[in-house]
Ligand binder design. Structure first.
Ligand SMILES: Nc1ncnc2c1ncn2[C@@H]1O[C@H](COP(=O)(O)OP(=O)(O)OP(=O)(O)O)[C@@H](O)[C@H]1O
Length: 269
């Protein structure tokens, strides 16, 4: 099976400081992989590097092949095409993705229309409006017709994250990167968003790179995990194996911390 995403010996440097070192990671079509680590371990930078969105001044080395195309060194035009079809990201804070001055419907319509145009079957007028409502329904938003006319500040945090997910899905990515998509939400809403991502990934044959620091949350969403510490992948393997028999002390520490937390709130890992 050829990889949808193949990261090989990725390093990211800023001013001579190495933020990611020699990271290799492959994701096949429809595969679900979790990237775990504490704050500052390099998870978000990995996601940004994969989508060609690293901030200015951060220099990537190595290779990132996405749907067979090299991302590192690619021209902006090529990256835009990849972001429109191969990969989309959902961020921790949905407001990052949403324009506060635009209705939910218009924001979802834009990527839908772009993707349709690229596919040679442009969507306009009532066909576009009905595609927007279908997508809002697909992410289980209540009363899509009313919600399409709302502005981001008029809906809840969980609903905003569903809208951000709808926007990401609008370009029908082969790989969805979810960068701590539930961290800013309450526990019940977290569980609902996880179930939603799980359903959408299955229904749409999408691969998932799920990023998080909470081992219990990540483990429930993926088949395989990669554990990162200070920019280095220290351990990787099937979820069950890593949870049952972590080989690295850092992973053992993460597991222990998660168990203490779960015991405190009555949840079991
Ligand atoms: N624009 C930047 N310039 C310089 N250093 C940066 C920049 N962005 C991130 N870093 C550094 O890179 C390292 C990795 O950051 P990254 O955001 O990938 O961590 P993370 O694991 O996603 O953390 P969190 O869980 O808090 O989001 C950190 O040490 C961070 O300070």
């Amino acid at each position: 099976m050829s990889a949808l995403l193949a990261i090989e010996d990725l390093s990211v440097e800023a001013g001579g400081r190495r933020l990611i070192s020699d990271l290799s990671l492959a994701i096949g079509p429809r595969e679900r992989v979790g990237l775990i680590g504490e704050s500052g371990s390099g998870k978000s930078l990995t996601a940004l590097a994969v989508s060609g969105l690293l901030p200015r001044g951060l220099l990537p080395h190595g290779s990132i092949r996405l749907a067979g195309r090299e991302v590192i060194g690619a021209a902006e035009r090529e990256l835009n095409a990849l972001r429109g079809s191969a990969v989309a990201i959902v961020f921790q804070e949905p407001l990052t993705a949403l324009d506060p001055l635009m209705t939910v419907g218009r924001q979802v319509a834009e990527p839908l229309a772009r993707r349709a145009k690229r596919d040679g079957a442009p969507l306009r007028g009532s066909a576009l409006a009905s595609a927007v409502l279908d997508l809002l329904r697909d992410v289980a938003l209540p009363d899509p017709a009313r919600l399409a006319h709302a502005f981001p500040h008029q809906i809840s945090g969980g609903q905003r994250q569903r809208v951000a997910i709808a926007m990401a899905l609008a370009c029908r990515p082969a790989l969805l990167i979810a960068d701590e998509p539930t961290t800013a939400l309450d526990v019940t809403t977290q569980a609902e968003i996880l179930q939603l991502l799980d359903r959408l990934a299955s229904e749409r044959d999408m691969a998932l790179l799920f990023i998080g620091h909470d081992l219990a949350v990540v483990a429930s969403a993926v088949d395989r995990v990669v554990v990162m510490r200070q920019g280095v992948a220290v351990e990787s393997g099937p979820v069950a194996t890593v949870l049952a028999a972590p080989s690295h002390d850092y992973t053992k520490g993460l597991l222990q911390a998660a168990r203490h937390f779960d015991d405190a709130i009555g949840r079991r890992l």
